[in-house]
Design a protein. Structure first.
Length: 254
């Protein structure tokens, strides 16, 4: 059996206690309930407080869960709400486009795929939920970098590797792509990440009109493009899907 880290186990126990008990607990209550020495409990609480996971009431000295823990929880819920709201619309997009559909969010300097709808045919396909895609070369990544300031910084500050001969690595040229993406409301990737593959993506916004993800159609270049250009019908379909998901998240009509 793998060994566990005792301090982390104890910190988790403190958080569970604060989450499941009274709204605020004193040091003595926490120490006695968990069977810890007061000095040990105080050290754990001080560390959790410094990280924002625990807050101490100035008047009573009692402890409660902190705002940082709430933020992390909301982040988890936001991703799952995004996926739940997108299920029907992404299924419809896959049927109408005849191509695979992906839903992605910013995660660790890349794009995390949180939902994947297979291309509606009998071809063998692999589920890519949980896979990571590059920020700088994919349509999903370009959309996130264009609309999300954090994603923009990640894309500009990280090394933009040339994955194919079409990958844009020059900073000024890449910034120009992001400006174009914001101007027209969608991004494309034509063999910039994988040879023979093209993609179109549009942003998804929440009730605060903040970018929370992107939706994309991906398929063979010969199907996504016509006469060397992205097919307008697919652009319209992807943008309609992104707007529909955004409306379901409370963004309103735009």
């Amino acid at each position: 059996m793998a060994r566990t880290i005792q301090s982390l186990e104890r910190a988790a126990a403190v958080l569970r206690l604060l989450a499941g008990g009274e709204r605020r607990l004193g040091l003595s209550d926490i120490a006695s309930t968990l069977g810890l020495a007061k000095g040990t409990a105080h050290g754990l609480l001080r560390t959790l407080q410094q990280e924002g996971f625990v807050e101490q009431d100035p008047a009573s000295g009692r402890y409660q869960l902190g705002a940082e823990l709430l933020r992390l929880g909301n982040s988890y819920l936001d991703v799952h709400e995004l996926r739940a709201r997108a299920l029907v619309w992404t299924d419809d997009l896959a049927r109408s486009s005849g191509e695979s559909v992906y839903l992605g969010v910013l995660h660790q300097q890349g794009v995390l795929i949180v939902h994947h709808v297979f291309r509606p045919d009998d071809s063998r396909q692999v589920l890519e939920v949980g896979a990571m895609q590059p920020l700088h070369s994919t349509a999903l990544g370009k959309v996130l970098a264009a609309y999300d300031p954090v994603a923009h910084s990640e894309a500009m500050d990280s090394e933009r590797e040339a994955l194919t001969t079409r990958t844009i690595t020059d900073p000024e040229a890449f910034e120009g792509v992001l400006e174009l993406t914001r101007a027209r409301g969608w991004a494309a990737d034509v063999e910039e990440t994988w040879e023979g593959v093209a993609s179109i993506a549009a942003p998804v916004h929440d009730r605060r009109r903040m970018p929370v993800g992107a939706v994309a159609v991906t398929g063979a270049v010969e199907r996504v493009c016509a006469d060397g250009e992205i097919q307008p019908r697919l652009v319209a379909a992807v943008r309609d899907c992104a707007r529909a998901v955004s409306r379901d998240l409370g963004a309103g009509r735009f």
